[in-house]
Design a protein around this ligand. Structure first.
Ligand SMILES: [Zn+2]
Length: 258
């Protein structure tokens, strides 16, 4: 059986791809990728992601303001994101969420923007792409607020490194869970245990390229083709075949991002 894969989260607008994007996309196709979801982190990268989606058949765009960038957003940026979000090439909203690791952005501002992104995603019926770093409890609290008022949330907890109760809460509220190359790291037993508990129909994989390169390419620039290594890591964690992990995560990605 041929391997079919989707990279549900990467940043191909990053300057590290500016000189060889066609080769990167060719390697992705050769590795079995049928779709790449390119994620915005500020207004410029959201625009760039949409341009990439328009230029390349296999790329889809997600637009939003990353929690680490909301403090530096200019007054008109949010309105511009809303305008972009309405466009047909845009398949989701984000990445948004909460981050306690880098404390450049006051937490109250992060929370306010996360709530705005959740509302925008709900209004447009597009999935929300959630970034959570060292903020499990607060992320669940904001999601629960949304869930209690508006019902199940369509979206994904990206590059999952959360604990089991957090993941269980996210699953109960309707979210998908996406694993990055971190699952291949030697010290990632906790992430592998979490990957084993996600139901088939909620499982996704990603690279977060150019960041988080998986073993055996750790230390190099990450790129979408390497999502095959993430798939292999997830397959090991779930005691499954890489082909079946590719098949179910591809189906889930297409269902979620339409
Ligand atoms: Zn990202």
């Amino acid at each position: 059986m041929a391997l079919t894969l989707v990279d549900t989260h990467c940043h191909l607008d990053d300057h590290r791809f500016q000189h060889d994007l066609p080769a990167v996309l060719q390697r992705a196709t050769d590795a079995g990728l049928v779709r790449i979801v390119c994620i915005g982190t500020d207004l410029a990268s959201s625009r760039a992601s949409l341009e990439l989606a328009r230029a390349h058949e296999m790329i889809s765009a997600v637009v939003g303001l990353h929690p680490n960038h909301v403090a530096e957003a200019a007054p008109g940026d949010w309105d511009a994101i809303v305008a972009l979000a309405n466009l047909p090439g845009v398949v989701g909203i984000g990445e948004s969420g909460l981050d306690r690791h880098w404390d450049k952005t006051p937490f109250a501002i992060q929370e306010e923007y996360f709530a705005r992104h959740l509302e925008l995603a709900r209004t447009l019926a597009k999935p929300i792409v959630i970034h959570n770093r060292e903020a499990d409890a607060e992320t669940v609290r904001l999601l629960r607020d949304e869930f209690e008022r508006h019902g199940p949330i369509r979206g994904v907890l990206h590059s999952c490194a959360a604990d089991a109760p957090t993941v269980e809460s996210c699953l109960a509220m309707g979210l998908h869970i996406s694993f990055s190359g971190m699952i291949t790291y030697k010290n990632a037993n906790a992430i592998r245990a979490i990957a084993a508990m996600v139901p088939d129909d909620r499982l996704l994989i990603e690279t977060d390229a150019p960041y988080l390169s998986p073993v055996p390419v750790r230390g190099q620039r990450n790129e979408p083709a390497y999502v095959a290594h993430t798939a292999a890591g997830v397959a090991t964690a779930r005691n499954d075949s890489v082909e079946r992990i590719g098949e179910i995560t591809t189906r889930n990605a297409i269902d979620l991002f339409r």
